[in-house]
Design a protein around this ligand. Structure first.
Ligand code: G1P
Ligand code: ZN
Length: 544
């Protein structure tokens, strides 16, 4: 078999965002676009000759083609071994698990997470390093620089590879192993959680649940773990068959896009527990009987109860949350006497803290929760964690959360997204806020007085690297906060995110709907930033 060198030219738009390079499928289909980016990844790495690379994706349209290209390019660039999920499938947390378990050099995940898929949808590529986590900015910037200088890429000259038959194949001097996408991951979950106890709960006749895989990658994981190992009946698994277009849906597990599940959990005879995961399996949404747990609260509850599970019974080293995530976990950390770290948005900022053993649990308000078991957020892990708590505490989801609020106080929390707005307008809104920064302190808006306003900057406590302009924070004297930032994952125009938070210590006043509990702050936020003016929108497109 021959390796060939193909002449190419740079594309100017290959800078990875919050989570890898994400573009419309049509952009990836341009001549050499995919190949350029893959070669740029390899060119930015050193010392991978003869080493192992893990490859898989969420099964969306273009996944199979991309896997074929990556395998041929990896062979031509000198990797020694490739582990690829059967059918080209691997969830993001499974890639992380497999990189760590087999001490691979790194991995490539093909996914645009929860963004819609299909020929008119999105595609994406993420590179993960040897610790199993997303490449840090230092590496993503190096990839971008290489993509701006690229002149050639290397690829093996061969036909289609068989991605569906488990076992080994040879491509030149590279071994290809088609592996079961689920088994290594399932084994790790079984080690962390009390499967016997969860099995008893599920089969007690007193408990019912639903899991919605949203026609994305977690379908096969749910079948193996929830159905085969834990005894959940098949009718409790919704949309469990992965599809290239995710069944035409938008596999983002939140109140808007997981409507079918939300409706089921809010119906008259609703099940006791409901959960969903996203396109690539790293996000989660947790619901109880007529009750929704915000991801920020979920992190706090998991932290406060972690000692009840086998994997975390020895306690937590620390907790990390992204800056816009509510401060509910801070109160748990304080009571546990452990450190809490506040990082910029994006899972990559947790990697150093996890590697250094400074934190055990991490979470983001954007339906991401995880721990030091892998280096990605992990949807099914969060679902199993909750099931383990329900099995041990023998209380309902609603009882667990209200008891938590009674004990710690409630952080009312919501995020308002203005999606695909005009990018110039959104940029002006942020610039105007940034300029107003210093002068807002001391201003009064209704019951609220501004205590501080800044543009969040983070210094990594492990390697000292600094990340600036991570979102405008406005803090009020009563501890309430709002945060404005622009999304780094969108593929159309700009997406403005407004995050709102208010602390309520009084149990008598903790049971409002979040939008009601935050109504005054919402109005203040819209006014301060003149959102209607800059976005030309009357209301947010998604509220979570
Ligand atoms: C969004 C979320 C962020 C998450 C990322 C990848 O990024 O807000 O928390 O890490 O997706 O799942 P954003 O679009 O806000 O840059
Ligand atoms: Zn995702």
């Amino acid at each position: 078999m021959n390796n060939i060198e193909v002449k190419t030219q740079p594309y100017s738009d290959q800078r990875p965002g919050t989570s890898g390079l994400r573009k419309k499928v049509a952009v990836f289909q341009q001549e050499n676009y995919l190949e350029n980016f893959i070669q740029s990844i390899f060119d930015s790495l050193e010392g991978y000759q003869g080493k192992t690379l893990v490859v898989g994706g969420d099964g969306r349209y273009y996944n199979r083609h991309a896997v074929q290209v990556i395998l041929r390019m990896a062979a031509a660039n000198g990797f020694g071994r490739i582990l690829v999920g059967r059918g080209g499938l691997l969830s993001t947390p499974a890639v992380s698990c497999i990189i760590r378990k087999y001490q691979a050099f790194g991995g490539i995940v093909l996914s645009a997470s929860h963004n819609p898929a299909g020929p008119d949808g999105d595609f994406g590529i993420k590179y993960n390093i040897g610790n199993g986590g997303p490449a840090p900015e230092k590496i993503t910037e190096a990839i971008y620089r290489k993509s701006q200088q690229i002149q050639h890429y290397r690829i093996a000259d061969c036909g289609e590879l068989d991605l569906d038959t488990p076992g080994e194949q040879q491509l030149g001097s590279m071994h290809i192993e088609i592996i079961d996408p689920v088994s290594d991951y399932a084994e790790l979950m079984q080690h962390l959680f009390d499967f016997d106890r969860i099995h008893s709960l599920i089969n007690s006749g007193l408990f019912s649940m639903r899991f919605d895989a949203m026609h994305a990658v977690t379908g096969p994981y749910a079948v193996e773990i929830l159905e085969n190992r834990l005894g959940v009946t098949p009718d409790a698994l919704m949309n469990a068959e992965p599809k290239e277009d995710f069944g035409g849906g938008h596999p983002d597990p939140n109140l808007v896009y997981a409507k079918q599940l939300v409706d089921a959990l809010f119906a008259a005879n609703a099940p006791d527990f409901g959960a969903a995961s996203d396109g690539d399996g790293d996000r989660n949404m947790i619901l109880g009987h007529r009750c929704f747990i915000t991801p920020s609260d979920s992190l706090a509850v998991l932290a406060a109860n972690a000692h009840l599970t086998p994997g975390y019974h020895r306690g937590l080293a620390g907790i990390a949350r992204s800056m816009p995530t509510s401060q509910a976990a801070d109160r748990v950390a304080e009571r546990l006497g452990i450190e809490l770290f506040e990082t910029p948005t994006g899972w990559k900022f947790f990697g150093n803290l996890l590697d250094a053993g400074k934190v055990t649990l991490c979470g983001e308000e954007s339906f991401g929760t995880g721990s030091d078991h892998v280096r990605e957020k992990d949807g099914l892990w969060a679902v199993l964690f909750w099931l383990n708590l329900l099995a041990v505490r023998k209380e309902s989801v609603q009882e667990i959360i209200t008891a938590h609020w009674r004990s710690y106080g409630r952080n009312y929390y919501s995020r308002h997204d203005y999606e695909a707005v005009n990018a110039d307008g959104a940029g002006q809104l942020m610039d105007t806020l940034r300029k107003a920064n210093g002068s807002l302190t001391g201003n009064r808006y209704g019951d609220y007085e501004v205590a501080f306003c800044d543009d969040f900057s983070y210094t990594d406590p492990v390697d000292g690297s600094v990340s600036e302009h991570q979102g405008i924070r406005i803090g009020f004297t009563d501890g309430s906060r709002m945060v404005f930032r622009l999304s780094g994952t969108g593929t159309e125009g700009a997406t403005l995110r407004l995050y709102l938070e208010r602390y309520e210590p009084d149990p008598e006043r903790q049971l409002l709907d979040a939008q009601d509990g935050l109504s005054e702050l919402i109005r203040i936020g819209e006014d301060i930033a003149r959102i209607r003016h800059y976005t030309q929108r009357e209301a947010p497109s998604v509220i979570t």
